[in-house]
Each structure stands twice: as C-alpha cells, then as structure tokens.
Design a protein around this ligand. Sequence first.
Ligand SMILES: *Cc1c(COP(=O)(O)O)cnc(C)c1O
Length: 355
Amino acid sequence: MKKHNFSAGPCILPQSVLQKASEAVINFNGLDLSLVEISHRSKDFVEVMETATSLALELLGLENKGYKALFLHGGASLEFLMVAYNLLENKAAYLNTGTWADKAIKEAKLFGELIEVGSSKESNFNYIPKGYSIPTDADYFHCTSNNTIFGTQMQEFPETSVPLVCDMSSDIFSRVLDFSKFDLIYAGAQKNMGPAGTTLVVVKEEILGKVSRTIPSMLDYKVHISKDSMFNTPAVFPVYVSMLTLQWLKDLGGIAEIEKVNNAKADLLYSEIDRNPLFNGFVSNKVDRSKMNATFNLVDSAHQEKFDSLWKNAGVNGLNGHRSVGGYRASMYNALSLESVQVLVNVMQELERNS
Ligand SMILES: *Cc1c(COP(=O)(O)O)cnc(C)c1O
C-alpha cells in the first residue's frame, strides 16, 4: 500500500498523475514513442507546454491580464538570482522570513542595494514580521509566501506601489489569493506541482525591460517569453507531469476546492497539536501557521523513539523536521489526503494513551 507521504519536497503527487506519467514514459499519446524520446518541438510536446502554461494562468485567474507563464530550469534557487538580474537597478526591498528568503537576499545583493524591511531571523524564523514599510523608490518588493522549513505562511500581502515579487514554491495552487496583486510569482515544481527539474514563473510583462544591464540570454525572462519556454530544451518530463497535476486540480474544481481540503487537513492536525499534551507547535504566533508545512515538537524527547516507531509502522513517511528546526514537520501538500492526516493524528493519540 502507498505510504502516507508527508515529505517536504520532492513531495507527494496524485496517484492518477503518476499512473498517467508512467504510461507516457513508455508510450506517449499512442505514438509508440516515449514522452522523453521525442522532439520538444514536435506537435505533441508543444501542445503539452501550451496546455501547462495556459492551465497555470487559468487556475491563478491571470488569463488576459498581461501575464506570461514560463517553465524554466534551475529551480527556485536560480530565480533568486534571475529576479534581481532582471529587475534590480538600484535597490530592492526584501522580507526575511526563512532560509529561502535569506538565500534570495544573498543573491540579490550581488546586483544592488538591499533593504531588509523585516526579519524574524533572531528567533529562528518562528513568526512572520508585520508592520514593516516598503520604500516607494525600491525597484520591487520580494517575499516568500510559505516558509517550508519553519512552517510559517503569510496570510496577508502588503499593498505595494512597487512590483510585488513572491517565492510561492511551497504553497502555489493551495489557496485562493488575488494573484493579480503579484507582478512576478515563481515556484520550484517539486513542492506542490510536479517532479523536481522545472520552475514555474508567472510574470507581468510590463515590469520587464527596465534595467540597464545586459542580461545573458538564459537568464533573461524576455528571451524565454519570446521562445515560449523553448529557448533551450525544456525539462520535458517535469513539465508534462506538472501539466497532469494542473489538469487534476482543474478537474477537482480548481484552487477554491483544494483549499477546502487543505483547510480541513490543517485544522485536524493543528487541533491535535494544541490538544495533545505531548506535543508543542513550533510557530510562536498561531496566525502565522502554515497550512502546507506544520512544524511541531515532542514536549519530552523521551517519547521520541516510541513516536518514531509508531508513525513508521502506520505507513507514515517524511515526518522528520528540517535540521535547522528539529522535531517534526508534516507537509500537507495538495495531493495528500485528509485520511493520511487522520492516520498521523491517530498515531499521536496512540502515543498519548501509551505513555
Ligand atoms: C524548496 C524551496 C526553494 C528551493 O527550491 P529549488 O527548486 O530546490 O531551488 C525555494 N523557496 C522555497 C519557499 C522552497 O520551499
């Protein structure tokens, strides 16, 4: 039986998507060829890329609003650099909410002045800073919507007069937002959309072309837009699987429907963390809790061995916390079912009864 996969990334994908993907690896579209051995310029693959980009825009409600969707290489980590390369002329404002935000800041510093408008670094990123102000002369403001490692999530985004850039790697397509507030969104596929190897970038075209530097072709969003994400060979398999996942989400009823399930999963697990005297949540301010990655600890580490063997025996996978936080992290991405969360909650209750 398939495990209850709480892995933080690469993450769980819908079983039906994995089934279709495995079939396409052997025989794609009845071509008697594998998806991974045909030309990316063939009609069959061009259709995959077009469907994937248009599904992404459709699900986000960003069709016909001046946005382009791209599937690029290099992970979200390359976007830390590309965003600054393409947008940073003088100075940029960043909100430092975790390891990934910190890394984005480090890369952007190579290109100009950097204003850290808020940071929770001093308390190991266990809350989201609020009440910060964004300089009106910044080239853009960058934030991270969900902090995968620490289990915090932004519930509100500032009104900005400057372009709003967001790393949504670990919560894209998980909740309804007014995505038109954002000028550039990026997300590594492997948290909530597909296998590792491709990155979704959704960018409002009008913010591009404003820096004076020369941008190398592979790092230039305008080049990728002009070539429909085919400037070089795209990651055909990750793009295809992402397309299948987006199709799965659309068939379910889109983001609004999956958000209901995600809310139910998060409510179930956080209620247990709060109720069960053996556990503590990591995030200091409950409103900042992530619905994608729940971080928690045992109050008494003497229970660790017992708890670890209980959840492993129940078929739970990927529950260990990140090394910079410790404890446990339950990642509840779109494809994880409410039943899987119930299995984890049962194990937590069993630990309580047996201790
Ligand atoms: C995982 C993650 C990244 C890094 O993604 P890569 O694709 O491995 O470069 C960046 N930001 C966030 C929020 C993440 O969760």
